[in-house]
Structure formats: C-alpha cells, structure tokens
Design a binder for this molecule. Structure first.
Ligand code: COA
Length: 151
C-alpha cells in the first residue's frame, strides 16, 4: 500500500470510495470543490487500486478532517490510522498545530480509530447528523495537538 497526495484526476476514485463508506455520499463535484478550497488536500491510499482516502483542510494553525473513508474490503488493516497520520504530518508541515474533526457518536469504528490516534473530545454538537427514519445523531468534536512533525 502506498500513500500519496490526491490529484484532480483522482476525484472519481475518491467519490467511489466515499460512496462505499457513507449512506449519503457526496457528489464528485463537492469532493473536487473541497480539494480545491484554500488549504484543502486529500491523501489517497492505493495498492492495485484505490483503497481509502482522507480529505483535510488547513487554515492558519488549525486543520480539520472533512471526511475519511476506507473501502470495506480493506478495513482493519491499519489504513485508516495510516491516512490520519499522513494527513497529520502534511497539516503540520503546512503550519497546523491543532487537528480537529467531528464524528457521529453512533460510529464506534471511527470513535475507536480516533481514540487510537490520540484525539480527545473537546465539544458536542447535538442532533448534528440527520438519520432518515431515526433520531438525529450527536457529533463529538475531537482535537489532537500537532507538533512540527505531525505527532
Ligand atoms: C472508520 C474507518 C475509516 C476505519 O478504517 P480502518 O482502515 O478499518 O481503520 P484501521 O484498520 O486503521 O483501525 C485502526 C484502529 O481503529 C479501531 N477500529 C477501527 N475499526 C474498528 C471497528 N470496526 N471496531 C472497533 N475498533 C475499530 C481499532 O482500534 C483499530 O486498531 P486495531 O485494528 O489494531 O485494533 C472505516 O471503518 C470506514 O471507512 N468507515 C466508514 C466511513 C466512516 O465512518 N468514516 C469516518 C467518519 S468520521
């Protein structure tokens, strides 16, 4: 598996990965827009083909994970952790000193991944995620400090 910064030509691959990971996938145009906003970047994990990606935004000394997806066939092999660490390093290289994200409180896999990569809860957004036919889910706001090497 290799990790590299995603390029404009990767947008369809990122969209396909997102669609495998989320019930309401973002349109390819939205992923492309977020890759190109100021400070936006994506890291792609691939072997024979795309396996997962993380989309991140860095503004001044803060970075934010916008989305993270690993294809179902490649989960529990360390890709999610590797993508978080690669994004942390790149964000730190760009000057970020804090890494933030929002995660649904009913997503145990993501919560476990972020706990294992040293994020800590710093806030709660009530009823943040719509759940068709069910109560909206709260979001936890997590933060991890970054040093100049991303750690
Ligand atoms: C969350 C997600 C990105 C994790 O990717 P992954 O490649 O499977 O994660 P990793 O293999 O790197 O797991 C790292 C650690 O996270 C935890 N973890 C990951 N998935 C888990 C699960 N299903 N159950 C419990 N713990 C889990 C474990 O501590 C794991 O370490 P271990 O395998 O040594 O025990 C993946 O499940 C996914 O794409 N889910 C759908 C989209 C999503 O929820 N994205 C996050 C939105 S905030």
């Amino acid at each position: 598996m290799t990790l590299r910064l995603a390029q404009p030509a990767d947008v369809e691959a990122l969209h396909a990965l997102h669609a495998q990971a989320f019930e309401a996938p973002w349109p390819a145009a939205e992923i492309e827009r977020l890759m190109h906003i100021m400070g936006g970047f994506a890291v792609l994990a691939e072997a024979d083909g795309p396996q997962g990606f993380i989309l991140t935004r860095t503004v001044a000394d803060e970075a934010e994970i916008l989305t993270l997806a690993v294809a179902p066939d490649f989960r529990r092999q360390g890709l999610g952790r590797a993508l978080v660490e690669a994004a942390a390093q790149e964000a730190a290289r760009r000057g970020a000193r804090s890494f933030f994200l929002e995660v649904a409180e009913d997503n145990p896999a993501a919560l476990a991944l972020y706990e294992s990569t040293d994020f800590q809860a710093v806030g709660l957004r009530r009823a943040y995620y719509a759940r068709p036919g069910a109560k909206p889910a709260d979001a936890l706001v997590l933060r991890r400090p970054l040093n100049s090497r991303g750690g």
